[in-house]
Design a protein. Structure first.
Length: 339
């Protein structure tokens, strides 16, 4: 369901946004669903005087809305939590390129679309977790997850999950389609159970003993330190983690990404907001409020995130490949029976 919000948490209608937006407004369609982002937009308004009107919903829902609204869409900015769905927005023709020296100078090239259609604002690592009392030598690479040693021992979510689609898309880019197909087949063979639930459920599987190895985004694990997560926090002391592929291409990271919409009615305000997202304030906000890794080098980490230690990220695989290879990744998942 769509949720509409503003910097002062007032409830607006889409009609009001479309009809009443002024030059000092910027309208955002976002699949981020964190109330903590209110502080982010409040700071932008404080610095610029531009009011942020937000419509929140699932990315595919928002893309469909943008497509249906066409040139009459009130949206100026589109934000999604993964590159796979930003790729769908690109294919739907609902975002447009724009030039910004600020963003170009702040965000590394591999975290930007080659034609300036979108850029990353924060990073999310997909890494390997394990039960320390049952696994003495955990797999150190994504490829090592295919070892027969892990047969019946891996928990990982479904193939419809865009985080897994992007991971396989990166393997296609790094190792080729045949190797990616073999990898996916071996993961299916090594599953402890059919895919179910979200990333937190994979970690719960480690605590319950249902599996010994799990693949999940890093911040789902860190949430167990921030608050009492049922079925996870009580068993955190027995969970270890591995930063994969540290001796070759590095750990896979997906992106929260932002773009200007195709028919943005307030392009100057949109550009101002997009550039604000790479500011020190915004980058530190992403790091502290959801334990994400900044997209801008040199920005400090949240103390909770820093507990995971230093690691080598994959900077050789263009993040744009996560969307260009997405259809092939899903095709492979279907072929090998990854539900």
């Amino acid at each position: 369901m769509l949720r509409i919000t503003t910097r002062i948490a007032s409830v607006l209608s889409l009609t009001a946004i479309a009809a009443g937006a002024m030059a000092q407004d910027v309208n955002v369609y976002s699949s981020r669903h964190y109330d903590t982002d209110d502080a982010l937009y409040e700071e932008f308004t404080k610095e610029t005087g531009i009011t942020v009107n937000r419509v929140e919903g699932k990315a595919d829902e928002l893309i469909a809305r943008l497509k249906a609204e066409g040139k009459n869409s009130p949206a100026d900015v589109f934000i999604t939590v993964d590159i796979g769905r930003m790729g769908r927005a690109e294919q739907a023709g609902v975002i447009q390129p724009f030039d910004s020296e600020v963003i170009e100078n702040a965000v590394p090239e591999h975290l930007r679309h080659p034609d300036d259609l979108w850029f990353g604002v924060s990073q999310r690592a997909r890494i390997i977790f394990y039960a320390k009392d049952r696994v003495e030598n955990p797999p150190r690479t994504y490829e090592a997850l295919t070892d027969p040693e892990w047969k019946g021992r891996i928990c990982i979510r479904s193939s419809s999950n865009v985080y897994n689609q992007s991971l396989l898309a990166s393997i296609i880019e790094a190792d080729g389609e045949e190797a990616a197909r073999d990898w996916a087949q071996s993961i299916v063979d090594n599953m402890a159970r059919e895919p179910q639930g979200g990333d937190t459920d994979q970690l719960r599987g480690l605590v319950s003993g249902e599996c010994d190895i799990a693949v999940a985004n890093h911040y789902y694990f860190l949430r167990g330190f921030d608050k009492d997560v049922e079925g996870l926090t009580s068993g955190m002391d027995n969970l270890g983690w591995v930063w994969p592929n540290q001796s070759d291409r590095g750990a896979h990271l997906n992106l929260t990404a932002a773009a200007m919409t195709k028919g943005a009615p307030h392009p100057d305000a949109a550009k101002a907001l997009l550039e604000f997202l790479v500011s020190d304030f915004a980058q530190q906000h992403f790091a502290s409020q959801n334990n994400e890794y900044p997209a801008v080098p040199g920005v400090g980490l949240d103390a909770n995130t820093a507990r995971l230690g230093f690691f080598v990220p994959d900077t050789s695989t263009p993040t744009a490949a996560f969307s260009t290879n997405a259809a092939k990744a899903q095709e492979i998942f279907n072929e090998v029976g990854w539900k």
